[in-house]
Write a protein that binds this ligand. Structure first.
Ligand code: PLP
Length: 621
């Protein structure tokens, strides 16, 4: 368990059972669990190939419950005379089944949706039917966006148009004049409090979205002139996603609550404060302010927001706002697990090194002597020697002095030296800087049936760390250390950063792969942002996705969303598979005519080609 720190990032949903498999407890501590390895096998028997995304809707429900419970507890603790009404940012995961579940599970809490674009607004308007739930309208807006949101008020929805650009104020005023509907408006403030890490630039004066303080005043003046001051009811900010340090959240809420009371004092009819997203996920389970973690829990987060607002509003005798948060990552990450299999492995050549033979180059002798003499005292110095001898062997080969067989032997000896040195460094507390990369250089490569670009784009694009581990054989000691290489013909299509107690480690502890035996790995906490940001590099398409819900008797497969077929992915780049088949048929006929192919061969080619187009884009292992 410690190797993968599953207790840190997995609780209360993922753990290891006596069979050495991962157990999923989708309802958290409320009971009910299933064996992930057995589930994958059962799904495979239903003809669902790997890679496969498994979504646990009970986890989604549990996340919504938890967030609402934390705010309810904070509200009770600080005697906050207001309520919490969360919204889910649709951009975080737009999949229909997920949004439908979210609206359903959110009903008891009047949980709403946040749209960040026109298409997301369309989804939110169509799906959100919870009376009293908020529909926060963010992102760039045109007249059509604004009018649609305003008219939706007539359907009993509560769309709040958040002004993110100063130009939007005029658009809103014009729409109000034309439609005669009073909009519910918010302003997004560019706070000076700067988030940290990867999304730190989401705030500050030069942030992409939001109004600066002078622009807020300009907006207020324009709204006053248009007699729309009572429409201005919400203040929004978002200082970035995955905020790792609680003090950043505290600073932001302090600044925002001041702006909130000032807006109320300027005459706006302030009712809502929307604290945006940012609630972090502990991807590495370290509970620190490291970027892949967070040094606070959901309760600390809710407490700090509620307490600060209560204080500031009480001090200025302003009624406290209804609190809105737009947590995406913290709601959607845990519910999906990506399962993929290992196809093969590759290692540095490590078969037993052989002593030099008569007549072989002296360089082989030097390397052999180095290999034999490496010990705890000299390993650092002998690493240099071995490296130098290996380089010399390559130069001699390039000059034509060393034969290919000798070069191969020299390289094998070099790797044997490295292995001996690595074994020594593994027993030391301190690893010299220059030897830090040795672990990675010596790592086995595990080829995985997956496209990083399609299924975990953040690993590639922003060095995001997701917990990755085998989902079975966990009662067996992993004796190998490896990195993962995906199916794409792209050297960036790899995963070579994994969670570690110190910060990031470059190898993953794995079991020996036996060809023909299944070896399944799981990538966890990847339910936010990955699916929609994934791309079709090398035309690897969407993976199969399965929705699982616990039942009193076990579980039920609620939905199966089949991954892309080859025919579908080629159509995204404007190919017509029927045309393609016809091209091949014509070529077969020509080849038959010219007697380059037999009829049986051409039939077989046609059959395979046509079948392939209907198949999954991943390998059939
Ligand atoms: N709200 C806005 C305006 C955002 O830009 C984002 C994402 O960056 C979110 C909410 C969701 O943030 P998170 O996933 O950190 O909760």
């Amino acid at each position: 368990e410690e190797l993968y720190r599953i207790e840190g990032w997995g609780q209360p949903y993922f753990s290891i059972n006596a069979a050495g498999h991962i157990t999923v407890s989708p309802k958290g501590d409320r009971g009910g669990s299933l064996d992930l390895f057995e589930l994958v096998n059962a799904l495979k028997q239903r003809n669902l190939g790997l890679p496969m995304l498994i979504r646990f809707s009970d986890i989604l429900e549990d996340r919504i419950e938890r967030l609402n419970a934390c705010f309810a507890k904070a509200i009770a603790r600080y005697n906050y005379p207001g309520v919490y009404r969360g919204v889910f940012p649709v951009k975080c995961n737009q999949q229909r089944h997920l949004i439908e579940d979210l609206v359903k599970f959110g009903k008891p809490h009047q949980f709403g949706l946040e749209a960040g674009s026109k298409p997301e607004l369309m989804i939110a308007l169509a799906l959100l039917d919870t009376p009293g739930a908020m529909l926060v309208c963010n992102g760039y807006k045109d007249r059509e966006y604004i009018e649609t949101a305003m008219l939706a008020q007539r359907l009993g929805q509560t769309p709040i148009i958040v002004l993110e650009q100063i130009e939007e104020v005029d658009l809103v005023i014009a729409a109000n004049r034309q439609l005669g509907i009073k909009p519910i408006l918010g302003v997004r403030a560019k706070l000076s409090t700067q988030g940290m890490g990867r999304w730190g630039t989401s705030s500050g004066d030069r942030a992409k979205f939001g109004l600066t303080m002078p622009e807020i005043i300009e907006a207020v003046d324009k709204l006053r002139e248009a007699e729309l001051m009572d429409s201005l009811q919400l203040l929004h900010f978002h200082i970035g996603s995955q905020i790792s340090a609680i003090n950043v959240i505290k600073d932001a809420i302090q600044e925002a609550s001041r702006i909130y009371v000032e807006l109320a004092m300027l005459g706006a009819d302030m009712r809502y404060l929307d604290v945006g997203g940012g609630l972090g996920v502990d991807y590495d389970g370290s509970q620190t302010n490291f970027y892949a973690s967070k040094n606070y829990n959901m309760q600390n987060y809710a407490n700090d927001i509620v307490a600060e607002l209560k204080d500031t509003c009480t001090e200025r005798q302003i009624p406290v706002p209804t609190l809105i948060s737009e947590s995406g990552r913290a709601i959607a990450s845990h519910q999906s697990v990506l399962i993929f299999d290992v196809l093969s492995t590759s290692d540095v050549p490590l078969n037993s090194p052989e002593p030099p033979q008569e007549g072989e180059s002296p360089i082989i002798n030097y390397l052999w002597e180095t290999y034999q003499s490496i010990n705890k005292e000299n390993y650092q110095e002998f690493f240099h020697d071995a490296t130098q001898f290996k380089e010399e062997a390559i130069s001699r080969f390039n000059l034509g002095i060393l034969r290919l067989r000798e070069r191969a032997k020299a390289e094998r000896l070099y790797w044997a030296c490295c292995k001996k040195i690595l074994d020594i460094t593994r027993q030391q507390d301190y690893v010299p800087d220059e030897l830090e990369d040795l672990e990675k250089i010596m790592a086995s490569i595990y080829y995985i049936n997956l496209s990083v670009f399609q299924s975990a784009p953040d690993c590639w694009a922003i060095d995001q760390l997701f917990p990755i581990m085998p989902i079975h054989r966990l009662d067996e000691e992993p004796t190998r250390r490896g990195i993962l290489a995906d199916l794409t013909c792209d050297s960036d299509g790899k995963i070579d950063r994994f969670i570690d107690l110190r910060d990031v480690k470059s190898v993953l502890e794995l079991h020996t792969f036996q060809p023909g035996e299944p070896y399944y790995l799981g990538m966890f906490l990847n339910g936010a942002y990955q699916e929609i940001m994934g791309n079709l590099h090398n035309l690897f398409g969407d993976t199969n996705a399965v929705h699982i819900q616990l039942t009193p008797k076990g579980y039920q497969i609620q939905h199966v969303v089949k991954g892309d077929t080859m025919s579908e992915v080629v159509s995204y780049v404007q190919y017509d598979s029927e045309d393609m088949v016809e091209h091949i048929r014509q070529r077969c006929e020509k080849a038959l005519e010219e007697k380059r192919i037999t009829l049986a061969e051409s039939q077989r080619l046609m059959q395979t080609y046509e079948q392939s187009l209907r198949r999954y884009t991943y390998l059939n292992s």
